[in-house]
Write a protein that binds this ligand. Sequence first.
Ligand SMILES: NC(=O)c1ccc[n+]([C@@H]2O[C@H](COP(=O)([O-])OP(=O)(O)OC[C@H]3O[C@@H](n4cnc5c(N)ncnc54)[C@H](OP(=O)(O)O)[C@@H]3O)[C@@H](O)[C@H]2O)c1
Ligand SMILES: [Zn+2]
Length: 368
Amino acid sequence: MRAAIFDKQGFENLQVKDNIQNPKISDYDVLIRVVVAGINPIDYYVISGYRTIQYQQQENDPKRLNKKAPLTSELPVKPLPHIPGAEFAGVIEKKGLRVRNLKEGDRVVIYNRLFDNNCEMCVNGNEMLCRNGGLISVNNDGGFSEYVCLPEKNVFKIPDNINWNTSVSLPVSGLTAFHALKEAQLKFNEFLLIFGASGNTGMFAVQLGKRMGSKVIAISRKKWVKAECGADYLISDYNHIIDKVKEITDEKMADVVISSLGKDTWRNSFSCTGINGRWISFGTLTGSNVELNIQELYSKQLKLIGSTGGNRADLRKLIEYVSYSSKISNPLKIKVWKRFNLEDIDKAFESLIDKEREGRVLLDINKE
Ligand SMILES: NC(=O)c1ccc[n+]([C@@H]2O[C@H](COP(=O)([O-])OP(=O)(O)OC[C@H]3O[C@@H](n4cnc5c(N)ncnc54)[C@H](OP(=O)(O)O)[C@@H]3O)[C@@H](O)[C@H]2O)c1
Ligand SMILES: [Zn+2]
């Protein structure tokens, strides 16, 4: 089969090869013919070995990918050679003898966490925190590949009225945003402030936050976030975020702040969290180490919350909700900017890190 694969981390080592052996399925597995894959920052970290975006240091073309890996990987992966790809959807080609709920021909999306289903985290419905777990595409091969074999417990059927662009966006982008809003205990009529609102997770956070009854303030350079995702307010000027939030909230600031952009937006995002507010993050796109003013934290009784992925119950809920929202003619919208064939995977990552990006970047792998 054809897959994107590397022997060693670093974009310079990423190749698309045709002669990769097809995965073999056990009785409890399904073989998925991958139709489409999402390009996410996690895939960039997996391939590059860096945990922040690295641009090429050449003045003539500063926007291009830095293809050299760091001397020591910031995110080691296994096995090597390795197939990346954390978010993908496809059609079941073959099923194992003991697979009960799926059949050949079903359109499916994957749940991208590895979990034992037995530790106390899993038993309490927190598969993403499994003590013996990991992430598909980090701790095993991912989906930038014609075929993937996975246990039935990692695979969910997609209703016919959810298209491929939306389906593929549910397991990483959608579920992460949904889980974060739940962890932050977002309530009706609260102000929700979202950094990176035009991003993969941001698009979902805006739309789900709105549907959960909050007043959504989106921060993004991209004007379409207001009209297309339904944010109530849009702040596009990164230099005047605090003043704008003061104005919009009548000086109260936001009840919930989602900020997964890391170091560069830490100070602003923390200052925008109102008294008794919740600041929540599931990522650090621009770096992890920041300074915290503890006095500000306790005197405003702020809650700093970490969140990661989501569980299978919520993925199922999200799939059902997205299908329902289409039935009532109010579908969740996924804006796709560019799509590429597997051969052009480098171009897909150039697009992911392009500051002018206007929506998702997807890889078309097989025809349906
Ligand atoms: N823990 C988990 O389970 C999990 C799951 C998904 C994602 N994440 C993490 O969450 C973070 C966001 O993910 P995502 O997929 O939503 O990212 P994304 O699609 O790349 O979106 C990032 C957005 O942030 C804005 N931005 C502002 N400053 C930026 C900067 N210096 N560099 C790049 N973008 C900047 C951009 O919007 P504008 O141009 O409009 O301002 C961009 O669209 C990442 O760190 C990712 O690794 C974690
Ligand atoms: Zn477990």
